[in-house]
Design a protein around this ligand. Structure first.
Ligand SMILES: CCCCCCCCCCCCC/C=C/[C@@H](O)[C@H](COP(=O)(O)O)NC(=O)CCCCCCCCCCCCCCC
Ligand SMILES: Nc1ncnc2c1ncn2[C@@H]1O[C@H](COP(=O)(O)OP(=O)(O)O)[C@@H](O)[C@H]1O
Ligand SMILES: [Ca+2]
Length: 586
């Protein structure tokens, strides 16, 4: 049955596109045009969801590279999202589609443009009108400014968005701006840069929301307030993992189009408490051991650009370190999903939708996946925690798949963007070949968890402590956890004598000079034969000063201008008529 709104907006006319006549129809939800003078079976219909119309302009208009308007009074131009199936990435590339229509009269032209604009307002309530844009001019290959001005700004302009652009002059400027300045009138914040830049915006937006709600964000027991400002990411960094995992491609135009049509993707956030009053937020990687060491090493080679991670990855791999520690985790409900279930979180994901229901319809949860009596930090829940200790090559926690160009399926391919859980990946000490196999599997579709020294758990919270309360004086294989796998062959590499200096460095967050005068404790595995006993935490590309942390996943704390990864194979089935499709074509 048609709704009143659909009936009111319906418009049907015979229009021209070039020298062909089309029957154009605007219903409540779609704009369609079908060739009029063809036999039935040759007829092609182009169908664009109103939600994916970017803008409507009078005249014959071109946009990229520069806007030009040929002002004729019977023409109008529609700009919309057009998909192309990119073979190199997991999602779909979006391009700006453009069709110029000619009407029989000016009156009809004005009717079309008016109806289309009304339909846009009605169907896309989240389209931004005013955006705050931060550009990191030094991210990735240092092309942030160019990317924004040549590819993104014209799309924003076409969609009638007014943008306030700030090119940052120092690290943390975007975060401080969001924490302190007047943000009235902005619908969203866009960051042009990499994961580090996104992380700044994340800290700022979450911090500001909690300040305004009068909540203490440093308290891991507090249910944080979801953020009202949407965040858009224009990828111009090194790893660009948050963009890749939420859109499926690294492409500034695709991301700009998600912003202008007001797409909305909720995202889980992990609060990482790393000392009294110290909190950071992460969405992709909280990693100790390998990923911490790679980040620490890579900071010395920033001049290499994105390649610094490959270089540092190889250096750290060759240094063959492992670290002792105690990991505790609070398992998530195993009936909801599992990190080994081989499903993927795609646009319109059912698991995330169930989580939205649980989060926002159950009032006793007061906006949190933790009810008051089963929360990880409330009294009486200690027995729900699982504890393992031993020697690890790497301990990682991710709230989402963390896919990126290096690893197209990511750190945890079945993780969900918005299910209120994270995946904890424990890689026990093993021989270098085993660890290389683990790393290598990230670049293929082989299961990196199907190895005897790897385990993965879907969790709501995690705690990490140095084994023996930070006293790294003894190194006992007896501390090894119950899970078998690592052969302990390289235990001597982590032997402690002589490495106290490095332990102090890790714990205080200071850079110290090792006995052999290297500048960082993280390279001493190569230069002084005695590896440090303690690694650092990599929190979305930021080194944390403390090795002892406590993490909690906050379900759907922020929203991005994105819609999750669109499944290209699905699209192939429904390019003609997309009426029934509520996933890719919504
Ligand atoms: C043998 C090939 C191994 C490939 C292993 C690929 C694993 C990739 C997992 C990537 C997870 C990414 C999570 C995102 C982290 C970002 O927040 C964060 C900040 O990004 P930004 O600088 O863009 O702001 N990025 C990072 O911390 C970088 C982590 C990257 C790790 C790459 C490791 C490469 C390893 C290469 C090993 C080579 C072994 C060679 C043996 C001879
Ligand atoms: N103007 C600036 N100068 C120096 N550092 C900056 C500036 N603006 C942002 N940053 C910092 O640069 C770091 C890396 O930025 P990012 O955009 O993530 O690039 P990349 O992906 O190459 O690391 C971020 O942590 C951010 O805080
Ligand atoms: Ca999640």
């Amino acid at each position: 049955m048609k709704t009143q709104m659909e009936t009111d907006l319906r418009l049907e006319s015979s229009l021209w596109v070039g020298n062909k006549r089309y029957l154009a129809v605007l219903t409540g939800w779609h704009l369609k045009w079908t060739e009029a003078d063809k036999k039935n079976r040759d007829k092609k219909t182009v169908s664009v969801p109103v939600a994916e119309v970017v803008g409507v302009e009078e005249g014959r208009v071109e946009v990229l590279p520069h806007k030009s308007v040929e002002d004729t009074d019977r023409d109008f131009t529609v700009f919309y999202v057009k998909r192309s199936n990119s073979r190199t990435s997991s999602g779909l590339l979006w391009r700006l589609g453009r069709t110029q229509f000619t009407c029989p009269s000016r009156v009809l032209r004005d009717q079309w443009t008016k109806h289309l604009r009304t339909a846009l307002k009605t169907h896309s309530p989240l389209r931004p009108h005013r955006l705050l844009v931060f550009i990191n001019p030094f991210g990735g290959k240092k092309k942030g400014r160019q990317i924004y001005h040549s590819l993104v700004a014209p799309v924003f302009e076409l969609a009638g968005i007014s943008s306030h652009v700030l090119v940052t002059e120092r690290a943390n400027q975007a975060r401080d701006h969001l924490l302190k300045k007047d943000l009235t009138g902005f619908d969203g914040v866009v960051c042009v840069g990499g994961d580090g830049m996104f992380s700044e915006v994340l800290q700022g937006v979450i911090g500001r929301t909690q300040q305004e709600a009068g909540l203490c964000e440093n308290d891991p027991a507090v249910a944080l307030q979801p953020c009202p400002l949407h965040i858009g990411i224009i990828p111009a960094g090194s790893t660009d993992c948050v963009c890749y995992a939420t859109v499926g491609v690294i492409d500034p135009v695709t991301s700009a189009l998600h912003v202008v049509i007001g797409d909305s993707q909720p995202l889980d956030v992990c609060s990482v408490h790393h000392g009294p009053g110290q909190v950071r937020y992460s969405v992709s990687l909280v990693g100790y051991g390998f990923y911490g060491d790679v980040l620490a090493e890579s900071e010395k080679h920033r001049w290499m650009g994105p390649f610094r991670y490959d270089y540092s990855g190889a250096v750290v791999f060759l240094s063959n370190r492992s670290y002792r520690g105690t990991v505790q985790y609070l398992p998530a409900d195993p009936l909801m999903s599992s990190p080994r279930d081989k499903t993927r979180c795609l646009s319109g994901c059912g698991v995330c939708a169930k989580s939205t229901e649980r989060l926002f319809t159950n009032s006793s949860d007061s906006g949190s996946l933790y009810s008051s009596n089963s929360g990880p930090f409330s009294n009486g829940s200690e027995d729900e925690w699982v504890s393992v200790d031993g020697r690890f090559k790497s301990v990682s926690l991710t709230c989402m798949s963390s896919s990126c160009a290096k690893s197209p399926l990511g750190l945890s391919p079945s993780a969900h963007l918005a299910d209120g859980t994270g995946d904890l990946i424990l890689v026990w000490d093993t021989n270098p070949l085993g660890f290389l196999a683990f790393l290598y599997r990230h670049t293929t579709d082989q299961d990196q968890f199907d190895l005897p020294f790897v385990e993965v758990h879907r969790v709501k919270a995690v705690r990490f402590a140095l084994a023996g309360g930070g006293e790294e004086a003894e190194d006992s294989e007896g501390l090894r956890g119950a899970v078998d796998g690592g052969d302990g062959a390289y235990v001597e590499n982590g032997s402690i004598a002589g490495s106290q200096q490095h332990l102090a460095a890790g714990a205080n967050g200071q850079t110290m000079t090792c006995e052999d005068k290297t500048t960082s404790p993280f390279t001493c595995g190569l230069c002084c034969r005695k590896a440090p006993a303690v690694s650092v935490w990599n929190c979305d590309g930021e080194i944390l000063p403390s090795p002892e942390i406590c993490c909690r996943i906050h379900g759907q704390l922020v929203r991005l201008y994105a819609r999750g990864i669109e499944d290209g194979t699905f699209l192939e089935d429904c390019t003609e008529e997309r009426e029934e499709c509520n996933r890719t074509c919504r």
